[in-house]
Design a protein around this ligand. Sequence first.
Ligand SMILES: O=C(O)CCC(=O)C(=O)O
Ligand SMILES: [Fe+2]
Length: 358
Amino acid sequence: MAANDTTSLPIIDFAKIVGPSISHSPEVIEESEKEKKKLFDAFVNVGFVYLANHSIPDFARDNLFAHAKKFFALPESEKAKVETGESKAFHGWFSPTRTSGDKRHADLKEAFDVGKDDDPTRPNQWPADWPEFRDDMNFFFEKCHEVHLVLLQALAQQVGIDEHFFDPHVAARDHFFRVIYYPETSRAAFKDRLRASAHTDYGTLTLLFNDNSGGLQVRKSDGTYIDAPPIPGCAIINVGDLLARWFNDKLISTEHRVVEPEPKPDANGNIPDIVPARYAIAWFGHPNRDALVDPIDACCTPENPKKYAPVYAGQHVVERLAYLHKKGQNTTEWSDEMQRDKNQSTAAATPTIAVASS
Ligand SMILES: O=C(O)CCC(=O)C(=O)O
Ligand SMILES: [Fe+2]
């Protein structure tokens, strides 16, 4: 899916959306309704927004960036102690060599991955003797869950269903949370590789917090990309595949990527060949693995008939990854994820439901 014709992402004010939790004045309620509609329309047309006043404290984000700088600067031997992989846990350090089967086009990145911290089936791994790292990640994880829940409530309301429709379907907190490090590199490196190649996210909503480096781009319906530079104080939120499917593609899950940032000339007007490191925090909201994602009736009309059979969220991830494998876009990350979700959906032991091809 691709964003319709647009030159920049809409800005949504989260404080307006939640205003009625503080004041019941008619003006505040009206502002909230308007903002929710703006959010919904943006997800219909673009699939991406900036979220201002998102309520996640700056210190929480800054702490994570500080931990990330320290963690990714550790010697490989230290990071390897918490490396992600089937034989250990499925969370932890995602090394640069795990990015792709085809090294020439591998993403220029490494990451640290976390899930909810009390999941026995997918335990987190934490660096030793660093309790703040764990506490700060868990705090951020929970804050993102709360914001994402409010946004899901707003979206449900916009299609006329119970605003708490999604609440039980995300209550298990089966989200995926990642701090990403794109190391310093050269401009030439971008000839063959990107920092993150074009993809859609596959959950409900992604909450993205970038440093000031730039480079994120969002695909338009004509195939060209628009820049989504960081705006101070704003998070970037985008729709994932499963939420789009739940809304029968009324909301769109838009492709995006991270490319070479806009060159900044030095004091002499020269463009340095070195591209500084970039950090990002990506929190991927996911339905419970055993949630049945069935296009909402209110989004299925004669003009937009139901496009998808119901699918269990965990199973969908497996199907999606199998498709990517077939296309040769597999990465080691995908196969980890795939194994993990296969285990999970088998464990859920629910009747098999056919997946509509998309
Ligand atoms: O680093 C970014 O700005 C985007 C990362 C991203 O899209 C992802 O990890 O899914
Ligand atoms: Fe993404």
